[in-house]
Design a protein around this ligand. Structure first.
Ligand code: BGC
Length: 756
């Protein structure tokens, strides 16, 4: 860089800093003036977040919301859909409450709005940060067009626990990938100006460690070492602070035996003092009152505990509203803590531009024009194709030709409401296609698609009912044998069978833990019967978590995991099934052979008796199952093939402040275009604490035409080698390292290097 360019760059940074400082000063002055006029009750009112509207995400509902808004007892509302409804409530706040402070309107816009993107777990399989950023950007455009300025996303809980249904909402098991995705989502939602009418405030959740519940049971106890927190589970939350997330949501679980919502170490010492977060912290749904069940005291005690810990806003529990005044009088909280929480919420409203114009996000014209547009849908469809993971394609049954007769069977083949997946609260499912409709469109005039449901989700009616809540019921009253026989007869007349099976969308998500992760009984029986026809079978596995598929992998040649692909899932599945796009998704979570292997994850420690391939006495392994997974982290096939040149390093030594590069040339050796995700892992061979056998530290998603080659060069910087040591200092310890580059975590080339 020339001196002149350097000078003008520095000048620009200085100008931005001055501009920010002066806008901060303006904001501070505005809020000082406002708070000087607020009563104690009005300040506490800002800390209150009741729920209203038809979208139910918890077991309590708030009462007399309108009356409370008029009295200045509400800071914001959430999960209400529709600009007209929202505007009516904003008008009450602005016109009828004493100070006219606008409300903030939040919603679980988790993976899109009416244009729904694949569930977050699926999105993470794309390893495509640009696509993920854009999905958040589009979600933001649509949600803000409909009155929402605050989303309860991204959910960044690292998870090695597929029994936990909420694995579907996160980004899998890896802290590096999870951190990259967290950044991309926040950039997509917030852009670089929160006051822009098309951006909304993000809320990183669930802080913290919610993804590690004992036994995979939702809301259950979490207990882990500080080292594991800092090295393996905290990185994505920390990335959220670095990316400028406006808010954080506490988690339901305990951390060191103290519920997150009342945990001062977590919310103040780590989040604010260590990481520098300066936004506001909201609880999860009734998380304050749930501390009574955790055994932390009555509502007054737990509300004071939450405020003193660093919680600013109370979602639905009415704990702050009902008890803080009394706690202040009794000296259990102080005025400074209430003021600080109130200030943080007012600052968020200021940054969103709500004091300039409370109706900023409430323009009915935008709602008509900017939601579920053709352009948004096209992007959702394109992105969905990147999330499907081809697990097996032994006989090259996929892609299917558009010819002959195709039997489409299975409980997920002809359902609309189950396409978008869990946590798509703003979905307009009536407008989405079923797979059957999309397949008929995709083959029109060329092939015949014949459909039979073949079976229900499972034999157990109660289980099916609990897994298809929220109007997504799909049970067929017919006898199981009648349904199965019909599907088998249909399959016999066809050239190929496409089996749309797996979980309905509410079988993952909140409060949807499972102890068995296999394909459900009725579907498995149908698969067995279909296999007897001798026809080729393509299993499309819908799921919000890793599925145990040992039988399927043994018995079927072709398995495509399609997760839940969003509003355009059906068309996107057809794009891949018929070969218009080659699959390119790679697993962001290890797939176990059976439930007993859980937790199974690629970045584990070596142990003192590391495992050989097969059972060996006195080493770490099982008698009845190998240690390795069914499919490893990072795994996924394409319709084409890729070759890797030998890995090279720019040097086999670097200093603690220097860097080296690792390069590999990847060639598309097959006959169709495809994308490959080149992955870089590192192992620290010797450390002051035991270090994982490998850790993802970089990746590149590249698109290659047949015959095309691309050299991918990764830079290994000190930051990629650092970790938290026993004193929780973030350090680089000189010594020997190994770099691994490859197509998944198990298929890698290795080279050693030293840090001096
Ligand atoms: C969930 C959160 C969600 C909140 C608001 C809770 O039940 O745990 O993820 O944001 O409800 O709907």
């Amino acid at each position: 860089m020339t001196f002149k360019r350097l000078f003008s760059a520095l000048l620009m940074v200085a100008c931005i800093m001055v501009a920010n400082a002066s806008s901060d000063a303006k904001m501070d002055q505005f809020i000082d003036n406002l708070m000087a006029r607020m009563t104690l009750q009005e300040k506490i009112g800002q800390l209150n977040l009741p729920v209203t509207g038809d979208i139910i995400t918890g077991s309590s509902v708030s009462g007399n919301v309108v009356g409370k808004i008029e009295k200045g007892q509400v800071g914001g509302l959430f999960n209400m859909k529709g600009v007209t409804n929202i505007r009516a409530l904003q008008e009450i706040a602005v016109k009828k409450s004493r100070l006219g402070i606008p409300l903030i309107f939040g919603m679980d816009v988790i993976h899109g709005y009416e244009t729904v993107f694949p569930i977050p777990f699926a999105l993470s399989m794309s390893w495509d940060m640009e696509a993920i950023r854009n999905s958040a950007r589009i979600a933001s455009v649509e949600a803000t067009a409909d009155g929402i300025c605050w989303t309860f996303s991204p959910m960044v809980d690292i998870c090695r626990e597929p029994r936990w249904g909420r694995m579907s909402e996160g980004n899998g098991e890896d802290p590096y990938l999870g951190s990259e995705i967290c950044r991309a989502m926040i950039e997509g939602y917030q852009g670089n100006n929160l006051a822009d009418r098309t951006t909304m405030m993000s809320c990183v959740k669930h802080f913290a460690l919610y993804g590690a519940p004992e036994a995979g049971r939702d809301y259950n106890t979490v207990d882990m070492s500080r080292l594991r927190m800092f090295n393996e589970y905290f990185p994505p939350y920390k990335a959220g602070v670095e990316a400028g997330a406006g808010s954080y949501m506490t988690s339901f679980n305990t951390i060191d035996y103290i519920p997150a919502t009342g945990n001062r170490w977590l919310l103040t010492e780590v989040l604010r003092d260590k990481w520098g977060f300066d936004g506001f912290v909201v609880t999860d749904y009734t998380a304050i009152s749930e501390m009574i069940n955790h055994g932390m005291g009555d509502l007054q005690t737990v509300s004071a505990l939450a405020l003193n810990a660093g919680t600013d806003m109370d979602m639905v529990a009415d704990g702050f509203l009902g008890t803080l005044e009394k706690s202040l009088a009794e000296g259990k909280v102080n005025m400074a803590a209430i003021d600080q929480a109130c200030r943080r919420i007012l600052e968020a409203k200021y940054k969103l531009g709500l004091f300039d114009d409370p109706y900023r996000y409430l323009d009915p014209k935008r709602a008509k024009k900017e939601i579920y547009t053709d352009a948004h849908r096209a992007e959702a469809r394109r992105i969905a194709t990147e999330t499907f993971v081809l697990l097996k394609n032994d006989d090259h049954v996929l892609p299917l030709k558009r010819e002959g007769k195709i039997a489409l069977v299975g409980p997920l083949a002809n359902t609309r409401a189950n396409m978008p997946g869990t946590w798509s609260v703003a979905a307009a499912s009536d407008r989405y296609s079923t797979l059957l409709e999309a397949m008929q469109r995709a083959t029109a005039g060329k092939a015949e698609v014949m459909y039979a449901k073949g079976c229900n989700v499972c034999y157990d009616e109660e289980l099916e009912k609990n897994s298809t809540m929220f109007g997504r019921e799909m049970r067929d009253p017919r006898d199981a044998t009648v349904m199965r026989d019909e599907a088998v007869r249909l399959a016999q007349q066809c050239d190929v069978i496409v089996a749309a099976m797996g979980e309905p969308s509410e079988m993952s998500g909140e409060s949807s833990s499972r102890s068995r992760l296999t394909i459900l009984d009725a579907q498995k029986d149908l698969l067995e019967a279909l296999k007897k026809t001798g026809k080729p079978i393509v299993l499309l596995n819908f799921s919000g978590r890793a599925t145990v598929m040992d039988w399927e992998v043994e018995n079927l040649s072709t398995i495509l995991n399609v997760w839940f692909g969003g509003s355009e899932a059906a068309d996107a599945i057809c794009d891949v099934v018929f070969g218009d796009v080659a699959p390119s998704g790679k697993l962001s979570a290890t797939m176990p052979r059976n439930e007993g292997q859980i937790p199974i994850y690629y970045n584990h420690l070596n142990t003192g008796r590391p495992n050989p391939k097969w059972f060996t006495k006195f080493t770490t392994n099982y008698l009845d199952v190998p240690n390795d997974p069914l499919f490893p982290f990072g795994y996924g096939l394409s319709y084409t093939t890729f070759s890797y040149s030998p890995l090279t390093l720019s040097s086999n030594a670097m200093t603690t402040t220097g860097s080296i590069t690792a390069s590999v040339t990847v060639t598309n050796t097959g006959s169709c275009a495809g994308a490959e995700v080149v992955q870089l892992y590192i192992r620290d061979m010797v450390g002051s604490i035991a270090r994982p056998v490998q850790e993802l530290k970089d990746f590149a998603r590249i698109q290659l035409q047949p015959g095309e080659s691309r050299t991918v060069t990764f830079t290994i910087t000190p930051d990629k080698l650092k970790f938290y040591n026993a004193q929780l200092d973030y350090v680089l310890e000189p010594g020997d390292f190994e770099v691994m580059v490859g197509t998944d975590s198990q298929h890698v080339q290795r080279l050693p290097f030293t840090v001096r």
